[in-house]
Design a protein around this ligand. Structure first.
Ligand code: FCB
Length: 490
């Protein structure tokens, strides 16, 4: 890592410009169901998110992704926007239900054609495509056959991965198997705040293993098709878990949440298997010996080239065994059912500091800690920050502009933290702002705006926010300027 100035007197003395390494990738991210719309076009059939959002009471205001940001029809304009902003890369996901409407069998070419056109458009504008195969939208037919709780789904996923890589592999250099399998497993099958909305601790743990297996098999499928230069990865929403106090009970709470929030994926994917403490904490809920079959761990541990890290806010926990009204502020939405199987007694507290519109605490130092933790445990594993950003209650002024200084401050602080991790030796290859556009924020519907670009969902008009212009300047110069010391994620 050259050209990374350290968090030192020297960096502070030069009027606060932090330079990123040459070739650092600057991008923005989206996901298919959150922006595409065109839910029933060109052969697409419902995914679990279509079913879930059309079920009364599941999503705020009854919002659905039927139209979303209408990106399916406006992708050329959206790519032009990225190009105007000078963003070098675009992380998007592919809708499995467009490619294989029933989750199996031959591909629907019209569905694949959309992604062929999108990739061509990106390449024509010099923007690097970064494809995610699965961002939570399982074809409904596969859920009806058991979803992520059954071993057939990883098999289907590997077939799907091979189809997509066959169609786009010559033009897409970065491939991610799954986005945030923690959410798919534990919010989808545990707390039920995400599709398919099941509330079964055993199923959540089974889903976690089958998602791991799906990842490993997909890596095998991708490798059989992709050119050797292609980079493969998985994106995890790692939790930076902090204990409320240094008491043995609070430290144990933090250990447990680290196990079922992080190490349930990091362990097997990076070759260390399932952690013994996780198996002990959850052994009364699922029969791990029956779940993990011979050969599974080898498949799951197939080498990856990069780890994608998504980070928004830290996780502050204590032991809640004595608590009569257990605080459950884990940032993952309200439910009577816990997304933390085996650790239902853990209390979750809002971390100190100001909050975003999601009621998530802003704390850039936790991003630094997280990146350094992965770096220390796996020094040779390159990382990308594949999502980071904040929702605020943005609006268009009478002059037609969107002023979002708090988002700029959030991004500035977190980019400083990334820079500090680089300076301290972490191998971080890029950063993707969540999100390019305001979009369908899952169970919050359209009520939370994460975009660098404002979307008027009535007219589909796009208005780049002030933060979009600010971020464009960072990307253009490969540097962060105008810093004050306290913004430095420390
Ligand atoms: C992440 C998801 C992404 C978006 C952000 C705010 O968990 O991957 O789709 O909802 O949170």
């Amino acid at each position: 890592m050259t050209a990374v100035h350290s968090h030192s007197a020297e960096a502070a003395a030069s009027p606060a410009a932090l330079h990123f390494p040459p070739g650092f990738v600057w991008g923005s991210a989206t996901a298919a169901y959150q922006i595409e719309g065109a839910a029933a076009e060109d052969g697409r059939t419902p995914s679990i998110w279509d079913t879930f959002s059309h079920t009364p009471g599941r999503v705020l205001n009854g919002d659905t992704g039927d139209i979303a940001a209408d990106h399916y029809h406006r992708y050329q304009d959206d790519v032009a926007l990225m190009s105007d902003l000078g963003l070098g890369a675009y992380r998007f996901s592919i809708s499995w239900s467009r490619v294989q409407p029933t989750g199996r069998g031959p591909a629907v070419q019209r569905g694949l054609d959309f992604y062929r056109r999108l990739v061509d458009e990106l390449l024509a504008k010099g923007i690097t495509p970064v494809a995610t195969l699965y961002h939570w939208d399982l074809p409904q037919e596969l859920e009806d056959a058991g979803g992520w709780t059954v071993r057939q789904t990883p098999e289907r996923f590997a077939e799907y991965a091979e189809i997509v890589a066959g169609a786009l592999g010559d033009r897409v250099p970065y491939w991610t198997t799954l986005n945030e399998p923690w959410c798919s497993a534990f919010l989808g099958y545990g707390s039920g705040v995400h599709a398919p909305g099941r509330t079964e601790p055993e199923s959540a743990l089974k889903a976690a293993h089958h998602l791991n297996l799906a990842h490993g098999r997909a890596i095998g499928a991708l490798r059989s098709v992709l050119p050797a230069t292609a980079q493969t990865s998985i994106t995890l929403n790692l939790h930076q878990v902090r204990a409320f106090s240094q008491s043995a009970a609070d430290l144990d709470a933090a250990r447990r949440i680290d196990a079922v929030g992080n190490r349930v994926f990091l362990g097997p994917i990076l070759g260390d298997g399932y952690p013994a403490d996780l198996l002990a904490d959850t052994g009364h809920l699922v029969d791990w010996d029956a779940l993990v079959r011979p050969g599974d761990l080898e498949e799951i541990a197939r080498p990856i080239d990069l780890l994608g890290v998504n980070y928004y806010t830290p996780t502050l926990v204590s032991d809640g065994r004595e608590s009569t009204d257990l605080p459950r502020n884990d940032g993952h939405g309200a439910s009577d059912y816990s997304p933390w199987p085996g650790s239902e007694h853990v209390a979750f507290h809002l971390s100190p500091g100001e909050t975003t519109a999601m009621n998530w605490a802003v704390d850039a130092s936790a991003l630094y800690d997280l990146l350094m933790r992965v770096h220390h445990e796996h020094p040779d594993l390159p990382m990308m920050v594949t999502e980071n950003g904040a929702a605020y209650d943005d609006y268009v002024s009478p002059e037609g502009t969107v002023s979002d200084p708090r988002r700029i401050a959030y991004l500035r602080g977190h980019l400083s933290a990334v820079h500090r991790a680089l300076a301290d030796g972490a191998d971080i290859r890029g950063y993707f702002l969540w999100s390019l556009l305001d979009n369908f924020e899952w169970s919050y519907g359209y009520s939370k705006r994460f975009g660098a670009v404002y979307v008027d969902f009535g007219t589909q008009r796009r208005v780049p926010k002030q933060s979009a212009h600010w971020y464009a300047e960072v990307a253009r110069t490969n540097a962060l300027r105008g810093l004050s010391e306290e913004a430095d994620g420390s």
